[in-house]
Design a protein around this ligand. Structure first.
Ligand SMILES: [Zn+2]
Length: 119
């Protein structure tokens, strides 16, 4: 069975939904954290709170980035360029799109980029 771009589009829509919910939850949690952190007599508690805040801020950023990647992929789909590498213009392997439906790069270009980034 071969996955079609239409199927991947549906996957992307579901992913967007999931990440939008995640994002909303984290934003709420984050807002509560900020107002909830005060200078109390419980230093240990405050430290835990600050730690939690750091984690949720990092997670929030990661979720935001992923959401943007998904939105980008969806707009590429609308423009008819979904599944085409933004770097070299070649078709991205369907197997790669199945694994990472929002990727804008083919495996080759992604590897070159990762290599250049020192990953
Ligand atoms: Zn490429």
């Amino acid at each position: 069975m071969t996955t079609t771009k239409e199927q991947l589009h549906r996957v992307l829509l579901e992913l967007r939904n999931t990440y939008q919910n995640k994002h909303a939850q984290l934003e709420t949690a984050h807002a509560l954290d900020i107002t909830g952190t005060g200078y109390t007599n419980h230093q240990a508690d405050d430290a835990t709170l600050v730690y939690d805040q750091t984690v949720s801020a990092t997670t929030l950023r990661a979720v935001k980035t992923r959401l943007l990647q998904i939105e980008d992929a969806l707009s590429r789909y609308e423009q008819g360029t979904y599944g085409i590498c933004e770097n070299c213009g070649r078709e991205i392997d369907l197997a790669r799109l199945e694994a990472i439906p929002y990727t804008p790069h083919c495996l080759r270009c992604a590897e070159v980029r990762d290599y250049q980034a020192g990953i």
